[in-house]
Design a protein around this ligand. Structure first.
Ligand SMILES: Nc1nc2c(c(=O)[nH]1)N[C@H]1C(S)=C(S)[C@@H](COP(=O)(O)OP(=O)(O)OC[C@H]3O[C@@H](n4cnc5c(=O)[nH]c(N)nc54)[C@H](O)[C@@H]3O)O[C@H]1N2
Ligand SMILES: Nc1nc2c(c(=O)[nH]1)N[C@H]1C(S)=C(S)[C@@H](COP(=O)(O)OP(=O)(O)OC[C@H]3O[C@@H](n4cnc5c(=O)[nH]c(N)nc54)[C@H](O)[C@@H]3O)O[C@H]1N2
Ligand SMILES: [Mo]
Length: 790
């Protein structure tokens, strides 16, 4: 086989060339492969069937709703992978750390670090031997507590990734506030914070308003910038049911995602046997990255024009004028803005034709109940908050909120990222019930705003942050501006990591670094000598109990509540009125405190958390009660449609880079080097590129590109060794993988108001092309080392 045909075989690029729809037999095979790879106990035990069941554990992968009447196998390919990853029989134990120095491990690929297996006991970095060495829990708590006491609370940051339970999150926020800081950045600062800010402004709650029942009543669903087949696959069940009822799905996404085109349910024998897959998207609009505000304004303009001409010709209203009158403010200004905005600008910025936008608007106008799902394609932009507001504007025009089958549906990321914020993890003091906490625990909580993720790292770079307590993140990988933030991380005085598996953030040690291994919630938690349960909130604002089913990976690992209690006691000592010890031995006590803080939400939690399908939190917007500044749902006039102030209009050849997830990863956890749906195998150092853009630059498939960020701050940000692959994306943009491309993303290139890094629109140029001379196989083998960056 010649060079280029071998490459094409490895990098099957066109979605139509992909043999399987989302799910299907490929998905069954992928699950089987990871069970073998991890030598997972799943193969023997009956663990998977208890995933997302009312009496089982809530999946550690995505946050999608857990139905009251679950499928026998209420899990997906990626949920099964996540479970296998945690229940692996591999161990990174003291023998492993005795064998490998930290300097050596720093040369390992991210995949290989986690693949070493579960951590088994607490460790501390030892300078003399350049190794992580075992310590006792008491020793760790005492040493960390002493250091924290000596530090200024303003210089300490408590990060949470979105997997922690409600109990853990509540304990962490209380610990941080009793210690004296609101520095509580979390993963949502890099994720759906644009939603929390935008929806709160528009509808008075920072979360989506739809539930699973709405899928049965909807007439139309939009999908903006979410890759459901990979990132929340269980949602495909509801989508497929709706499609069977004939409900159209209109997708706006620059990239033609095989996972949004068609679906075969691997758990439905009928779908597996019948030829022909169910079509997911009935219309697919390849909007330019960052062109969503323009596309949404275009949709609104088409609806308004149809309304005006219907009235002029004596027809009936297209807008829901009763809803607009009774429930909203700002309509007149927005309508005027729509009338004054030229189609030419909308078409230019969105990259879509007027006919395409009007065809979507037409279906919207024919539908009485519309859901708008969205993900990182909307939130991770400079105008991320505005994108969310424009989506609300579109829904408001026809009263598509607070009625069955309608509403905004931000598809959240981590399994409890929404819940953490609900129970007080926030850097914004105004969002936490500080007075209540003060009364409940007899202390004076700090009132000063804390750092979000971007601010925490800005402060770390200039030396104002000295210590980090990191619950479950891999920040040197997930945060932008890798070269600068890694250096800052290494300069920390104290670095405390609570984690299940080894990652790079544990190895880039500061002066004093600790690694405290915790249970996964798939495991049975016997803290205090009896089985403990935890709880979480899903993407549809429902709370669920979760009980572990697997034996712990090691007798010497501890639960997150136990670890936080140990740290809090050692740090706060007599200063704290909370009975940390008792809490860590009986989580019902923690839930009782949560219920005291938010009685309306969490009353009778012990029984309600086991309700099949979960219990729902009060959502005023769902009842058309608006807790906004004006007391109404608020239209917004966009500030600008031109997405990107950082994108030079003048530089010819400038490209916009989107950084995305592959099928073989969960965020910084890399299960394998494949992206099954997109047909990429064996490498993540790949750039999906428009074929004409490649031709114009004389780039062939497999050539290795060096990308450089376009910026004026004098910092050179560059990633080399990215193999070009033609893909169906609009001209002028390309897609690469997160976290490999994070060195290109400047820390300050983030959304106004929410500070979510603009990971979906990084201005870049190609500065070097290495012609591929070896075989494709050689090219890909080179990727198993640590990602290259300069
Ligand atoms: N298996 C698995 N599941 C996961 C995760 C995982 O890594 N693996 N991560 C979890 C987390 S934390 C999160 S936040 C979610 C993330 O799930 P998603 O929201 O799906 O996030 P991404 O994979 O980053 O991709 C976003 C999609 O947006 C599109 N896009 C990019 N730019 C634009 C744009 O400007 N406009 C529009 N309309 N679309 C755009 C991309 O083509 C892609 O299809 O998934 C969660 N679930
Ligand atoms: N360029 C770019 N950057 C991005 C994004 C993007 O799309 N593009 N997405 C952003 C988004 S949406 C997110 S959410 C962030 C995520 O960023 P992070 O929160 O930093 O990272 P994760 O990869 O989710 O965390 C992985 C680690 O969690 C630990 N872990 C796993 N399970 C548990 C557990 O039960 N308890 C504890 N304590 N630890 C556990 C493991 O040790 C693992 O190494 O990344 C953001 N960064
Ligand atoms: Mo996320």
């Amino acid at each position: 086989m010649g060079k280029s045909s071998r490459q094409t075989a490895r990098m099957r690029h066109h979605p139509d060339a992909y043999p399987n729809a989302s799910g299907g037999w490929g998905s069954v095979k992928a699950v089987a492969r990871i069970l073998v790879q991890e030598r997972s106990v799943l193969r023997d035990a009956k663990i998977l069937p208890r995933q997302n069941k009312p009496d089982g554990f809530m999946c550690v992968s995505c946050s999608w709703a857990k139905p009251a009447h679950p499928h026998t196998f209420e899990f997906c390919e990626n949920g099964a992978k996540a479970t296998a990853w945690d229940t692996t029989s591999k161990r990174a134990d003291r023998a492993f750390f005795a064998k490998h120095t930290v300097s050596e491990l720093l040369g390992w690929h991210d995949h290989d670090l986690e693949e070493a297996g579960r951590l088994t006991e607490p460790m501390r970095y030892d300078v003399a031997s350049d190794r992580l060495v075992p310590v006792s829990w008491d020793e760790a708590f005492a040493a960390i507590g002493a250091q924290l006491r000596a530090l200024d609370p303003d210089s300490v940051v408590f990060y949470t990734s979105g997997r922690a339970s409600l109990e853990t999150a509540y304990m962490l926020q209380l610990f941080a506030r009793m210690y004296g800081t609101n520095n509580m950045p979390d993963s949502s600062n890099m994720c759906h914070e644009s939603t929390s800010v935008g929806l709160t402004q528009a509808i008075g709650v920072g979360v989506g308003t739809i539930g699973l029942d709405d899928f049965e009543h909807t007439d139309l669903m939009f999908f903006f910038g979410h890759n459901v087949g990979t990132n929340s696959p269980r949602m495909l069940h509801q989508l497929q049911d709706a499609r069977k009822r004939g409900v159209p799905i209109i997708t706006f996404n620059p990239l033609r995602e095989p996972g949004l085109l068609s679906f075969a349910n691997p758990q439905s024998p009928r779908d597996m046997l019948l030829p022909g897959d169910t079509q997911i998207s009935t219309q697919y609009h390849q909007v330019r990255p960052g062109g969503d505000s323009a596309a949404l304004v275009g949709l609104c303009k088409a609806v308004l024009e149809a309304h005006d001409s219907a009235l002029a010709s004596g027809g009936s209203e297209v807008l829901d004028t009763a809803f607009i009158r009774e429930h909203t403010v700002g309509f007149e200004d927005f309508a005027q803005y729509l009338r004054e905005t030229d189609w030419a600008e909308i078409i230019l910025v969105s990259g879509l034709s007027r006919a395409a936008i009007e065809s979507a608007a037409l279906v919207y106008m024919q539908s009485n109940a519309v859901i708008a799902h969205y993900g990182m394609g909307l939130t991770q932009h400079r105008l991320g908050v505005q994108n969310v507001r424009m989506l609300c504007n579109l829904l408001f025009l026809r009263g598509n909120i607070g009625k069955p089958g309608a509403g905004p549906s931000p598809v959240r990321g981590h399994s409890n990222v929404q819940g953490q914020r609900t129970v007080g993890i926030t850097e914004k003091p105004e969002l936490a019930p500080l007075d209540q906490l003060a009364r409940q625990f007899d202390f004076e909580p700090p009132r000063k705003a804390g750092f979000n993720t971007v601010e925490a790292f800005e402060a770390m770079i200039d030396g104002r942050v000295r210590a980090v307590v990191n619950l479950g993140g891999n920040l040197v990988r997930s945060v932008p501006d890798r070269a600068r933030i890694e250096a800052a991380w290494r300069g920390l005085q104290l670095n405390v990591n609570i984690a299940t598996k080894l990652n790079r953030s544990h190895l880039e040690h500061g002066k004093d670094a600790w690694l405290l291994p915790c249970l996964s919630r798939i495991e049975i938690d016997r803290s205090g000598g009896r089985e403990q349960y935890v709880s979480m909130e899903d993407s549809t604002a429902r709370f669920h109990g979760s009980r572990g089913v697997a034996e712990p990976a090691s007798p010497d690992i501890r639960s997150e509540p136990f670890i936080l209690a140990g740290l809090a006691k050692a740090t706060l000592g007599e200063r704290s009125t909370a009975d940390w010890g008792a809490w860590s031995e009986d989580y019902t006590r923690v839930r009782a405190e949560i219920a005291k803080t938010w009685p309306e939400m969490f009353h009778d939690m012990e029984t309600r958390m086991w309700t099949p399908g979960g219990f729902v939190r009060p959502l005023p917007a769902r009842e058309r009660k608006w807790k906004t500044q004006s007391g109404k749902a608020e239209f917004q006039v966009p500030e600008t449609l031109n997405e990107d102030p950082d994108m030079p209009q003048s530089e010819p050849g400038a490209l916009r880079l989107m950084t995305l997830r592959a099928d073989g990863q969960f965020n910084t956890t890399i299960y394998n080097h494949d992206d099954r749906f997109r047909g990429v195998r064996g490498s993540r150092m790949v750039l999906l590129m428009n074929g004409d853009d490649m031709k114009a630059r004389d780039i062939d498939t497999g050539d290795r590109l060096t990308l450089q960020t376009i910026s004026t701050d004098g910092v050179v940000r560059q990633v080399a060794g990215l193999a070009a692959m033609p893909y169906d994306v609009p001209r002028g943009c390309l897609a690469g993988y997160y976290p490999e491309c994070n060195p290109l993303l400047p820390l300050w290139h983030c959304a106004k108001q929410s500070k979510v890094p603009a990971a979906k629109s990084i201005p870049v140029r190609v500065v070097a092309v290495d012609k591929n001379t070896g075989s494709a196989g050689d090219t890909f083998r080179a990727d198993t080392g640590a990602p290259q960056h300069t």
